[in-house]
Unconditional design. Structure first.
Length: 181
């Protein structure tokens, strides 16, 4: 095949055994198995296009995992030199073949803001000079904005904060149920 030859990938006997163990193990996630298969095939001298065809993957996927393995080779060698434990090497191999953490959107509210809203919900409504006996999500929103805990927040988000809170059940309900019209 034409094109540049991929960088050769060599495996130690222990690395190969760890990869084969992950491929054969029934509890291995399929993504991990595919990545281990890519590395094993690359170690046999197969080029990226052939591996992609064998495993029905995109060639770029194969290229990425070959490159990640090659960049991690010093860590693998150091782990092998430092420990004779096969479990340590297998766990490092799993870590190397795992997905990178994804960034995701930043949190909209800080932990301090969430705690203040939950604390507000734990205070009796009359203590907050509200004309109600129980908090509703709308009342909590109004009070949180009034106290400048947050600039804006939806009643649904307040409800999620309170539902997710591992706090003990209050002696009285914190939120009043919405009564149908």
């Amino acid at each position: 095949m034409r094109g540049p030859k991929p960088t050769p990938l060599t495996l130690s006997v222990r690395q190969q055994a760890a990869l084969e163990h992950l491929v054969r193990r029934h509890t291995s996630p399929q993504a991990l198995v595919r990545r281990a298969q890519i590395v094993l095939a690359a170690a046999l001298g197969t080029n990226n296009t052939q591996i992609a065809q064998q495993l029905t993957l995109h060639r770029e996927t194969v290229r990425i995992w070959r490159a990640r393995w090659l960049s991690a080779a010093p860590r693998l060698d150091a782990c092998e030199a430092a420990s004779a434990d096969a479990l340590a090497l297998t766990s490092l191999v799993q870590e190397l073949l795992a997905d990178d953490p994804r960034r995701g959107a930043p949190d909209t509210f800080t932990a301090e803001q969430v705690v203040e809203i939950v604390a507000l919900a734990c205070t009796p409504a009359p203590d907050a000079q509200r004309p109600t006996s129980h908090w509703t999500p709308r009342d909590l929103v109004d009070e949180a904005v009034k106290r400048k805990i947050v600039a804006a927040i939806s009643p649904r988000t307040v409800g999620r904060f309170l539902k997710a809170s591992p706090a003990q059940t209050a002696s009285e309900p914190l939120l009043a149920e919405h009564q149908g019209d």
